[in-house]
Design a protein around this ligand. Structure first.
Ligand SMILES: Cc1cc2nc3c(=O)[nH]c(=O)nc-3n(C[C@H](O)[C@H](O)[C@H](O)COP(=O)(O)OP(=O)(O)OC[C@H]3O[C@@H](n4cnc5c(N)ncnc54)[C@H](O)[C@@H]3O)c2cc1C
Length: 391
């Protein structure tokens, strides 16, 4: 097989200055104390509408995001395209609450789908249901509460927005991934995504569901939904991830006194993730899959399963994906080997993208091993470049 250690390939589009900046940032988030205090201060500053552009725009924001607008993402899209990596434009504004804001988000998502119709360097489209729906309503539906007439109408508007997005994606021929979120709204999302897949995935996997494999119940759900889809004659698309809300999930379960829906330890999440990927690849004639992970072992394992099943590396139904600013050594080396690779490029007004940035900082802190790896690889590449210059 190949290796993810080739830092020359991994950082081929980064200048020394950019590498040093990335090193500094990962070094900061590696320290739980700095990351927690930083996240807390950012949340507070954001809440108080304290202007943060000066501090963040050329640092964390530039590293993890494409820009504040679609136009500003152009440079990131073209850069990735040069290395055979597709951009997944992700309008990452969060915490929206009004119908006007939800309609605006829908329009932005549709605009990114239209853009991908004209640009081969853009891959999937993506969105979060909470970008087009009120969190509290999703929570109420999840809890099987009876909805008022006004809430029923609100739900109809949410469904209409999701429909408009998926219909546009189907017309343009782009697949659209729907992110997974907190477990106390996820059943509402699951039901909606299942309806959309059944409607739009009859001949092609247009809509992709996201399964968080840190959830104890999701391997069973994957297998059950796959057999339901076979019966109903559609092709389910699955983005397989580990899950981004572990600490929040555990804290809520503890506070409310119910059993945590999350696997008890990292090893069992890892096993469930790899089992899900194996299941998808071994059933690829009925499924499409996107492997969304920064874990080297899981990505290598997926490449190995593709190989032993004698499938093409660039099988049209198998994709790998990472987030901008993270694990370039995986994305760039996979792409160089000929696999289908994409990278989420989040964009949106800095203030609204803040929850996304805080999640990334917390994630990099909670997975200190992975951050240590990023630091090691950047150091290795800077050293390699220095040696090359002097030799
Ligand atoms: C392209 C892409 C799309 C994504 N989309 C989504 C999405 O829609 N929804 C979403 O929630 N997340 C999403 N994520 C984030 C993802 O869920 C993970 O948080 C992140 O990728 C880190 O996991 P990892 O597989 O990269 O690997 P690792 O760094 O190996 O794993 C870290 C993850 O393992 C799990 N974990 C860690 N410790 C434990 C423990 N003690 N017990 C149980 N589990 C543990 C947690 O899920 C943690 O995030 C996405 C990630 C990518 C790359």
């Amino acid at each position: 097989m190949f290796s993810f250690d080739n830092t020359e390939i991994a950082f081929s589009d980064k200048t020394n200055k950019q590498l040093r900046k990335a090193y500094w940032m990962f070094w900061m988030v590696k320290s739980p104390w700095i990351a927690k205090t930083g996240s807390w201060l950012l949340t507070l500053a954001n809440h108080l509408r304290f202007p943060l552009n000066w501090a963040l725009k050329n640092t964390v924001f530039e590293h993890f995001c494409g820009g504040e607008t679609l136009e500003e993402c152009h440079e990131s899209i073209e850069k990735l395209g040069k290395y055979n990596i597709k951009a997944v434009l992700d309008y990452a504004a969060e915490g929206r609450e009004t119908e006007k804001e939800f309609d605006e988000a829908r329009d932005r998502i549709i605009a990114s789908i239209e853009l991908s119709g004209n640009n081969d360097n853009i891959g999937f489209a993506v969105f979060k249901i909470t970008g087009i729906a009120r969190f509290r309503l999703l929570e109420k539906i999840n809890g099987d509460y009876i909805l008022s007439d006004a809430e029923k109408q609100e739900l109809a508007r949410i469904k209409a927005r999701a429909e408009q997005i998926c219909k546009k994606a189907a017309e343009i021929g782009v697949s659209v991934m729907i992110d997974a979120e907190e477990s106390w709204i996820q059943n509402s999302i699951d039901n909606l995504v299942e309806e959309l897949m059944q409607k739009y995935n009859t001949t092609k996997p247009v809509v992709f569901h996201t399964l968080q494999m840190y959830r104890i119940d999701k391997l069973y759900y994957l297998k059950k939904l796959t057999s339901d889809a076979l019966e109903k004659n559609y092709i389910p698309g699955f983005k397989i991830v580990r899950g981004a809300y572990m600490e929040k999930e555990r804290a809520r379960a503890m506070k409310k006194g119910y059993a945590s829906p999350i696997h008890p330890n990292k090893a069992s999440t890892d096993a469930a993730f790899d089992d899900a990927v194996r299941f998808c690849i071994e059933n690829i004639e009925n499924i499409a899959v996107c492997i969304g992970s920064h874990n080297e072992n899981s990505n290598m394992e997926a490449a190995f399963i593709i190989d032993i099943n004698e499938l093409d590396k660039n099988h049209p139904r198998i994709h790998f994906s990472q987030l901008k600013g993270m694990s370039d050594h995986i994305s760039y080396n996979l792409a160089k080997e000929g696999y289908n690779v994409s990278k989420y490029v989040p964009y949106g007004p800095l203030r609204l993208v803040m929850p996304y940035l805080i999640r990334r900082a917390e994630e990099n802190t909670s997975v200190a091993g992975q951050t240590g790896r990023e630091l090691f690889l950047i150091r290795k590449e800077l050293k390699r470049r220095k040696q090359k210059k002097t030799s």
